[in-house]
Every structure is written in structure tokens, then in C-alpha cells.
Design a protein. Structure first.
Length: 168
């Protein structure tokens, strides 16, 4: 699978809820995990690979041998608390990083690959990655959370990336 870059319209579209978890969705999840691993990323939403469905994969334990890849279907943040600033990047924004303020703790409800309803309370990097990927599924990009000053400082690079993407 190819990761789409900033300027690709699907990144601004809200993903569609998955009604049935069938073989196609299982294969999609598997392909997304392979793509995430190849890119050495920590999270990937379906719209980042050109698919407008509400599924994301997260490996916040990257570098930790015990790290398990989470596959979240139809994830929703049901509660959040606290606030923390931390630098973020995104596979759809190569070599662009910015300090983003987000809640430090979230509760996320989702379905797993077996269709079971799940809920997870996350803090630290896992909470941050979940929020970032769920934002993607809602058509929200991490640049939308940047300070105005940071956005202005990066605007040339963002415009160049958008131009490069649209030129393909």
C-alpha cells in the first residue's frame, strides 16, 4: 500500500463507519500493518492509504519487542483529561514535525478484528497516537493543531508538499 501525502483530498474526508468485519477488512488491516511496519511508523489510518473507512492500526510500542499492534475499527474518543505538549510527526507529512498540545489521557471505544466491542484507557504515547489517528479518520490533520506561528513557519514546506502531491 502507498501512503498518501498532504494535499491528497481523502486526507480531509471523514472516514465511513465499517458495518461488517469481513475478509476484505481483515486483509485491509493486515496490509495496513505491513505498510506501517515498512514505514517504521507508530500509527496509520485507512485514509492515509487512500481508503475512506474507519479503521486504524497503532504500534505505540515500536522498538519494544513486546509492542503489539492494535487494530481499531470505528474508534471514538469517549473521554479525555489533562493536557500535554509533545512533538509529533506524520507519515503523510514527511520530515515535518511540530509540538502539538493534546489531552494526556483518553478513553477510546472501538471494535476489534473479531467484531467485539472494546474500550481502552490510554496515557502517554499511546494516547497521543490514538488521538492523531482518530483525527485522521475525522479528516483532521496534525497541522490543524499547530500554533499559528509554527504553521506560518512551516507554510512554505507545506505548500511545496501539497504542490508536489497534486503534481503527481
Amino acid at each position: 500500500m502507498k501512503i498518501v501525502k498532504y494535499g491528497t483530498p481523502i486526507l480531509r474526508k471523514k472516514a465511513v463507519k465499517i458495518i461488517k468485519i469481513d475478509e476484505r477488512i481483515l486483509k485491509l488491516a493486515e496490509s495496513m500493518i505491513s505498510t506501517l511496519n515498512a514505514a517504521k511508523g507508530v500509527g496509520l489510518a485507512a485514509n492515509q492509504v487512500g481508503i475512506q473507512e474507519r479503521i486504524c492500526v497503532i504500534d505505540a510500542g515500536r522498538g519494544d519487542k513486546k509492542g503489539e499492534v492494535l487494530c481499531l475499527i470505528n474508534p471514538e474518543i469517549t473521554a479525555s483529561e489533562g493536557s500535554i505538549k509533545f512533538e509529533e510527526g506524520c507519515l503523510s507529512f514527511p520530515e515535518i514535525f511540530a509540538e502539538i498540545e493534546r489531552p494526556s489521557k483518553v478513553i477510546v471505544s472501538y471494535k476489534d478484528l473479531k467484531g467485539k466491542d472494546k474500550e481502552i484507557t490510554a496515557e502517554g504515547i499511546l494516547a497521543r497516537v490514538m488521538q492523531h489517528e482518530i483525527d485522521h479518520l475525522n479528516g483532521v490533520l496534525f497541522v490543524d493543531h499547530m500554533s499559528k506561528i509554527k504553521y506560518i513557519l512551516l507554510s512554505k514546506r507545506l505548500k511545496a508538499l501539497e504542490k508536489e502531491t497534486k503534481g503527481k
